[in-house]
Ligand binder design. Structure first.
Ligand code: PLP
Length: 560
């Protein structure tokens, strides 16, 4: 912070939250880089819904001023990672309070920045961004709230101490004494339980206040730290709980959060079963994810819904009557969203996409289990389908974690495979996937593709965003799709839900569906296609939204 610009400062918040929602990433706005992907977008959608429903909640996260990564792509598809340079003074309000935590013997001072999320009727929910970039702190300590998911194990451990313990103490210093539920969105914030426990040494007292949501069956998604390091960094650790939270002398942050919570949930019905087999000693419930309707409905569809389903902004269940909308209006709204995406692609990247060709979208984190390359598995088959379809268009986007070398290889493979399909197939890989590009893509393509290897996708949410814009999904039967798909009615499935995922078999099924079921309806039976679009809204958007999700959290997790 070299310039002289002064932040807007307030001395305190007159607010009495009852729920504190802790998450390593929270997306409050598309261009504030405090999120990497699905988890952070979900956290933002959850807090936006708290605000819509006038639920007295506060969000807690790290500032992440340099973000996750700004992605550039070289000609041959190599990902180049650049830091963001977010200046909190421009967008956040500084609160004149602070706290400290001790990390590895050093005092680390933390200050809180605030962002207010405003709900549909004006209710405001604050999100606290923790910042250690202060002159009083040591050089390393100053960087601890810079990079989201960056650095080494020590860096991550220190970040989680700041989030869990620092976050807890900041809430105290803000005078928030009315909080009775601490919601841990993943294990990154689990250290907060130690702070509650240290004060009372009463496990039940802590459990009554804590709620834990697990988000992934992927092993790397469950942080582990050596107990030696944990004790060194924290200075103390309650030995009596070690048997419940460690494995081979490693602290498992998911187990720590679960041990101290009275309510634990997975994020889809299928994910609950997977999580119970991973953590057999816990009773685990499920609350299927959703998305914030108003955030994810494109402008043309907002106007359409305002006309035919007024009230949907306050109450997205109203979307269930979408079947009554005239087909022509639905199609016109879709074409408007599609033109916006295609104009963006053509103008920004000098491409030659057309408004009329069938367009497939795929965008999410680029990592092996999501199988982003499956669409390119058989080049000849894809070219044949394109010929029958009168031309195909494919839009991709997504970042790979800097340490996921396989994910980065996948990006390269896809970009080279995509180029090899040109000019018969139009292909683009849009760099630096973020919430803005996501919104343009989920509303502007004709079909949303999702190909995770079963059972690795806990929920997935981008298909729900597509459904809100009348865009059907073609997906393997994992995560939310097992609950949301009705074959040929809300979209289509790939492969068998009980068989182990197999690239060859799944790709054949995907190509068959595209060639024989999906593209023929799109081109030849347009009214049937529009019926499917309306089903996506009526059957899926009306349910897979964060309003329904938050109401389930209130009833099952907070109220309990
Ligand atoms: C919704 C979203 C995701 C999550 O996509 P999935 O298909 O659920 O993995 C990731 N990144 C951004 C920017 C998103 O908006």
């Amino acid at each position: 912070m070299e310039s002289e610009e002064r932040p807007k400062v307030i001395s305190s918040l007159s607010y009495a939250p009852k729920i504190a929602y802790f998450s390593m990433e929270i997306c409050v706005e598309a261009d504030i880089p405090s999120y990497s992907g699905g988890l952070g977008v979900l956290a933002g959608d959850t807090l936006r819904t708290f605000a819509d429903l006038n639920i007295p909640a506060v969000g807690v996260t790290l500032l992440s001023e340099k973000g996750y990564l700004y992605q550039e792509l070289t000609e041959d598809g190599q990902q180049v990672e650049k830091p963001y340079q977010f200046d909190p003074r421009k967008r956040l309000i500084l609160i004149a309070k602070d706290t400290t935590v001790k990390i590895n013997g050093n005092e680390v001072k933390i200050r809180p920045w605030c962002y207010f999320i405003r709900g549909v009727s004006g209710y405001k929910v604050p999100v606290i961004f923790l910042d250690t970039n202060l002159e009083e702190n040591g050089e390393w300590e100053r960087t601890l709230t810079s990079y989201l998911y960056g650095g080494d194990t020590d860096y991550r451990l220190a970040q989680e101490i700041i989030l869990g313990i620092g976050g807890f103490r900041i809430l105290k210093s803000l005078g928030f004494t009315s909080i009775y539920r601490f919601h841990m969105n993943e294990g990154h914030a689990s250290f907060l339980t130690l702070e509650l426990y240290r004060r009372t040494k009463n496990v039940d007292f802590v459990r009554r206040q804590c709620v834990f949501t697990t988000h992934t069956p992927v092993k790397a998604g469950h942080d582990m730290f050596s107990m030696e390091k944990v004790k060194q960094f924290l200075g103390e650790f309650p030995d009596e709980i070690l048997p419940y939270v460690t494995e081979n002398d490693m602290l498992n942050m998911t187990r720590l959060g679960m041990f101290f919570s009275h309510y634990i949930n997975g994020v889809a019905k299928k994910h609950r079963e997977v999580s119970m087999s991973m953590f057999p000693h816990y009773s685990i419930d499920s609350i299927t994810n959703g998305v914030h309707s108003l955030t994810w409905v494109s402008e043309p569809f907002q106007r359409l819904f305002d006309k035919y389903m007024p009230g949907w902004r306050q109450d997205p269940y109203i979307l269930r009557s979408a079947s009554g909308m005239p087909n022509e209006d639905v199609w016109n709204a879709h074409m408007e969203a599609k033109r916006k995406l295609i104009d963006f692609i053509n103008e920004k990247f000098g491409e030659n996409f057309s408004y009329d060709k069938f367009t497939i979208g795929f965008a999410r984190r680029m990592t092996a289990y999501k199988r982003p390359y499956l669409l390119f598995y058989d080049r000849e088959r894809l070219l044949k389908i394109s010929e029958i379809a009168g031309g195909l268009q494919i839009v991709y986007s997504g970042k790979a974690h800097p340490k996921d070398t396989e994910g980065k290889e996948i990006i390269k493979r896809i970009i080279s495979a995509g180029k090899n399909l040109k000019p018969k197939v139009n292909f683009i890989f849009i760099p630096n996937y973020d919430m803005n590009i996501a919104k343009m893509m989920v509303s502007g393509v004709d079909l949303w593709l999702n190909t995770p290897r079963i059972p690795m996708e806990a929920s997935g949410t981008s298909g729900m965003k597509a459904a809100h814009n009348g865009v059907p999904q073609l997906s393997t039967l994992d995560g939310w799709w097992k609950e949301g798909y009705i074959e040929g009615v809300t979209g289509w499935s790939i492969g068998d839900e009980d068989q182990e995922s197999d690239d060859l078999r799944d790709s054949r099924d995907m190509y068959d569906k595209l060639e024989y079921r999906i593209i023929p309806i799109f081109h030849r039976f347009r009214d049937r296609w529009i019926d499917i679009m309306k089903n996506c809204i009526a059957l899926n958007a009306s349910f897979f939204n964060t309003q329904r999700m938050v109401e389930q959290y209130v009833l099952n997790a907070y109220f309990l």
